[in-house]
Ligand binder design. Structure first.
Ligand code: HEM
Length: 418
């Protein structure tokens, strides 16, 4: 059975309207998708949207179904298999860079992930702590205290990308260049008018990463990149092209997600003063506060594109082979059947803490979760210590200007004036 939208009303919002808003990603939906997800969860938890690029598209919003889909091997991610979604979305640009584990299926994904996980040791993450603390404090030192500051620009944006560069051993002038070209790629990806810029930036980054890998091979240490270069899975190391794509995915997957999560976390604490006070008074609550903030308003709104390798039944709906499957992580994280009173931010929630889907689930569970948790802990601690009286510089309604990109992949703030 396929759940087709039928007219119904929930808090004044109908199912057809919710499906339309999700398909078109309307401004109202981008500003606050939660009422739409509520209707979808209740009436059509696995729903067929209007086809995307001519391909059938399904959206999953309920926790149980989302959880099942994320772990289902019949739902794949390799965008070059089955339907060539990659070319429909991006043309030829960045293909080599995107040929990475985020868009791979087993056995290739198993091998790439094994090697990446071996290199991403707890020690490498722990070693970054003093550096992240220093960086956070340096950025906050530069913030004026007598006028409003856009915390996204001054703090949340620069910090994560610098941390990943540090992990990858990209330092000094080279770091500035990498960041410049990287921002060209992120700006031009979805713009038809900027294809030339995109290709130029892609070439620059690919050449730079290739050279960086060559230098690491020639001068091995015990840093992250050396381990990545040397680790083997069943006797096979990563090829140079695979290493380039791996560096790219770490930069790509690790920066915007963390930037937006810092912003969402600060915004939600400032707009829930009783929760902020509880955290100020008891810093032991920090780890669970971070998990609750990820559940309440995660920065990854829907999973990256997946598609059905065969007909797959989820929650009573058959998703036909070849259809795109989108999983609304933020919708699942507000499912009342999983999280009681889901629209309440409660940093003292004790159970189910790490069961939110903010970092995904299954074989593609976020590889950088330990690093992201460390960055969030350091950022929130530094802000609470240094600016205990911080308040929003605009009313909540004006300060919460959420990103309005073409796809609801990310959820986060454009600006956060404090
Ligand atoms: C995958 C969220 C930070 C590296 C994912 C996925 C989510 C996610 C939801 C799964 C995507 C899917 O299944 O389609 C987040 C959030 C972060 C964060 C909310 C910050 C708060 C980071 C950082 C890094 C990183 C700091 C690395 C430096 C990755 C990689 C994958 C991934 C490599 C792909 C794993 C695979 O496909 O096997 N992340 N992430 N992430 N993340 Fe993160």
């Amino acid at each position: 059975m396929t759940t087709e939208p039928t007219a119904a009303v929930n808090d004044g919002l109908g199912l057809d309207e919710a499906v339309k808003a999700a398909t078109l990603s309307t401004p109202e939906y981008r500003q606050c998708p939660h009422p739409y997800y509520k209707v979808l969860r209740e009436q059509a938890p696995v729903v067929r949207l209007t086809p995307r690029h001519g391909v059938d598209t399904y959206l999953i919003t309920r926790y149980e179904e989302a959880h099942a889909a994320l772990a289902d091997p019949r739902i794949g991610k390799d965008m070059h298999e089955g339907i060539d979604l990659y070319h429909a979305l991006f043309g030829d640009a960045c293909e080599t860079l995107d040929d990475n584990l985020l868009f791979a299926d087993p056995p290739r994904h198993t091998r790439l992930r094994h090697i990446a996980k071996t290199a991403f040791t707890p020690r490498h993450v722990k070693d970054l702590r003093p550096h992240i603390e220093e960086l956070a404090n340096e950025l906050l030192d530069r913030c004026p205290t007598d006028e409003p500051v856009d915390l996204m620009k001054a703090f949340a944006l620069p910090l994560p990308v610098m941390v990943i560069c540090e992990l990858l051993g990209i330092v000094g002038v080279e770091r500035t260049e990498v960041l410049k070209w990287f921002s060209v790629v992120t700006r031009s990806r979805f713009s038809k008018d900027m294809k030339d810029d995109l290709v130029e930036a892609e070439h620059w980054l690919r050449d730079y990463f290739t050279e960086h890998i060559r230098c690491t091979r020639a001068n091995p240490t015990d840093d992250f990149l050396t381990v990545l270069v040397q680790t083997r899975h069943e006797e096979e190391a990563l090829t140079d092209d695979e290493l380039v794509s791996m560096i790219w995915v770490l930069l790509f997957a690790g920066h915007k997600t963390t930037t937006l999560q810092i912003g969402n976390s600060v915004f939600n604490l400032l707009t829930h003063p009783e929760q902020l006070r509880a955290l100020q008074e008891d810093r032991e609550l920090m780890p669970q506060a971070i998990e609750e903030l990820l559940r309440y308003e995660g920065s990854v709104e829907t999973s990256t594109f997946r598609y059905a390798l065969e007909d797959v039944e989820i929650g009573g709906t058959v998703i036909p082979q070849g259809a795109i499957v989108q999983i609304a992580l933020t919708g699942a994280n507000r499912d009342p059947e999983k999280f009681p009173a889901p629209d309440t931010l409660d940093i003292t929630r004790e159970h189910l803490q790490r069961e939110h889907l903010g970092f995904g689930f299954g074989p593609h569970f976020c590889l950088g979760a330990p690093l992201a948790r460390l960055e969030l802990e350091i950022c929130l601690t530094a802000l609470l210590d240094r600016f205990p009286d911080m308040v929003l510089a605009l009313p909540d309604s004006d300060a919460g200007d959420w990103l309005k990109g073409p796809f609801p992949a990310f959820r986060g703030l454009e600006k956060l004036p404090v």
